[in-house]
Design a protein around this ligand. Sequence first.
Ligand code: ZN
Length: 492
Amino acid sequence: MSEPLTVLKYRLARVRDLEAAANVLEWDQETYMPDGAAEARAHQVSTLRQLAHEYLTTDELAALVDALDGRLEGDDAALVRVTRRLIDRKRRLPAALVVELAGAVSRAKQAWKSARERNDFPVFAPHLKQLVDINIRIAEAVGYAGHRYDALLEEYEPGATAAEIATVFAALRERLVPIVKHLADAPQVDAGVLTRAFDTQAQWEFGMMVLRDIGFDFNRGRQDLSAHPFTTTFAITDVRLTTRVNERFLPSALFGSLHEGGHGLYEQGIDLAFDRSPLADGTSLGMHESQSCLWENLIGRSRPFWEHYYPKLKAAFPGPLADISLDAFYRAINAVAPTPIRVEADEVTYNLHIMLRFELEMAMLDGSLSVDDLPGAWNDRMEAYLGIRPPNDADGVLQDIHWSLGAFGYFPTYALGNLMSAQLYDAIRIAIPDLDDQIRAGRFEGLLGWLRTHIHGHGKAVDAGDLLERVTGSRLTSDNWIAYIEKKYVKR
Ligand code: ZN
């Protein structure tokens, strides 16, 4: 019995090493690589990824999984289950379809870029049609029990279904749309202070201090600069964060570091025994996002957090913050204003941007919405949910890169993360009754310890829905998040 398991772990560790090496190269590409190296780097990354794919999809590995399935317990059983899911999907996808998708994506990315620059949706439309068609064929090849969408969702949010998400989102929308309208009608908060000039070196140092304080281990990770912030992992003992610093927009680096720091803490907290295996990962993108949301919004935009940090922030930026009180700063970082742009959205309106995309993706995949009718459908929904119409398609249907990358089923994980973070936070408050006092004192080890024990440590060994239920006592719901929003924004 132990022998096939040893062989399986060895084979999976080699796949993992190849993927880690590709991650290093991709991280370098976004941080330090000279532009001229782009083509060479693309070859190197693609070779490593291809090798990892080949190693993972051999008949030998599939036979090992077959031999071990149902005969193990605990983490070993989880390893076999997660590996089966991984390889079944890859083995069911015809190689020709994978090649077709890669080609379509590389053309679509270019078309999307120029369509967006020229505000010309018809330039992108034929490519989007092709990507929708390929995704439908992928879903049919992979298979699904309920909605076709489930097959695509599975890659990002294992165990979740489109039906479950649609139900949760419908309940959320019903309560959220009136709140957004109420806030839009209320007197607007002046967030102008955030666009004053903030010394970039001081911003960097402040972010590093906060990361250290919340428990990010710089002996097993680092932070660097990149154009688009991200987190990547080479090993549980080597987690890389990136951030960007904008002199004229304080939240970029501040909340970007907290967001990526939340992802990084998750990765650093995974049981070391899982390293070099498919279990050394967040259990789903939604759960991963719950960790970044928790640190960025529930903690990082809370009053106790700033009761501790605002004096330090003021000391770091004596000029621009001289005339700004804690109250005024707190209101500025929590200003709510509907915008057509998802990445500029505040925490209240953000989920509506996601719901809109989820509904349109579903409709395109089940054939009830044609790509030609997409811009109109987008604008109508934007008006119904947020009360605004995008000024043009560049700031509407063309704003996100995701669809041009062929990624359908990815968007909902952002909102799932928001909802899960509030569910988790309510459970944490019960477990740590004086949490606010701890945060007010700049102490995060109680919170991080709870997350390590209940979430991070499990890696991918427990599915997100099961983990959530185990820890909070309920499946995914919007109730906790809505209660959080009402308490913070409506009843204040
Ligand atoms: Zn994130």
